[in-house]
Design a protein around this ligand. Sequence first.
Ligand SMILES: [Zn+2]
Length: 111
Amino acid sequence: MVKAIKESGGLINLKLQKCNHCNAQFTRGEINKSLWLAYRPIVCTQCGTKHKVLIASRLLSVVVTVPFALLGIYLVNNYNQSLLSVLSIIIPLTLLASVISPYLVRYSDDY
Ligand SMILES: [Zn+2]
């Protein structure tokens, strides 16, 4: 597990993942698609190697996402904010998260 993280360039280094096999650069779109499809494995377009998301990355994305969700629930409960005004906070944060996430997730072909 630790080895897999090191091979994929460290858990948090804000670089888009490359193929562990042929070093082809994955695009943000490819990674985002994988994320939105519940961490579907990425298949390298160059060499066809299948990469699965690391469990540590899933945990990291939960750690990043959950505080936003809790913030939303907190605002609705305590400040009597309308759902709409809470959504106007949560949606930009969600979009921001989806821009940042591809740089945070790490994949490994070592399963
Ligand atoms: Zn490849």
